[in-house]
Write a protein of this length. Sequence first.
Length: 315
Amino acid sequence: MAKCDECGKTENMPYQCRHCGGTFCGDHRLPENHSCPGLDNWNDPKAVFDSGFDDSVNSGGRTSGSTSERVARKLGIDTGPGSFFGYFRGNMSYVFLGVMWIFFLLEMVVLYVLQAPGLFGSLFVLSQENILYVYPWFTSVFSHSPTGLFHIAGNSIVLYFFGPVLERQIGSKKFAALFLVTGAAAGVAQVATGMALGTGGAGVLGASGAIMGILGVLTILAPNLKVYLWFLLPVPLWVLTFGFAALDLFGFLTPTSIMGGNVAHAAHLSGLVIGLVYGQRVKDKLRRPSQIQLGAGRGPGGPGGPGGPGGRGPF
C-alpha cells in the first residue's frame, strides 16, 4: 500500500513509473498523466511516450527534439527502444560502471603487459604535466589505482546503487553531463590545489569526485533516505554524505596525518560542493516520489538494462 505521488490517493496495488521511479494510482500511472520528467528528457521517435499525435503538429511542421536527436534521425540512426542506442536511455549509470572496469583492464595491459608506465601516466592520470591536454580530464575519471581493487570497488558500489536513483530523477542526459563535468572539475581542482600549495605534481585518477557529486545531489533531494552502512547499520543519507565530507576535510587540513596519503581530498570536496549546488538548483523542479528503490533497473522486460538488488527508502 502506498500513496500516489500525483493526487495522494492510497493505492493497494500502486504502479511504479519505470521512467521516473514515482509511485502512482491507476488514474496517474501513464507518463503523460503525471507530467513525467522523462517526457522532457528524451525525444521519442519510437513512441515510448506516445500520446497519439505527431511531433510536427505542435511544432508548426518542424521536427522536434534536440540537435543531436535531429542529426541522428537525418543519419538514419535508430535511437528507439530495443535499438543499440536506445539501451542508453535510463542506463547511463551502468554504462559508466562498465566503462570504469574496461579502463581498469586497459590499465593492467599498459602497465603489466606493455610495461609502459609513461604511457599509463599520459593516458589515465590527470597531472600537472598534462592538465592542458583536456582529454585526461575525462579519461582520469574512469581510471582507478591498478595496485588494488578497493579504489574501483568502492566507487562501483556507490555508482551501482545510487547512480540509477539520481538518473531516474534528472534523466540520463543530465545525469551523464553531471557525472562527466563533476568528475573532470574535481580532478582539475585536485591538481590545481596541489600546484597552488606547492605540493607538486602528484596526479589524480578515479571517479570519486563524480561519486561525491551524485551523493551531494541526492542529499539535497532526499536527505533522510535510509542507507545501510556496510549493509548492516541504517543511517540517513545526509549523515553518510557529510561523514565522508568530514573525513576528507580533516585529511585535507592535516596532510601529514594518517588521513592524508594518496587520497584526493580536494577532488572529493569539490565534487560534493558541485553536487550540493546542482541539487539546490533542481530540487524545486523535480518530482519527489514517496519512496525510491536502490539499485533497481528496468529489468529484462523493458527497454532498459540490468536490474539489481535493492531496498526501499522514504524521501
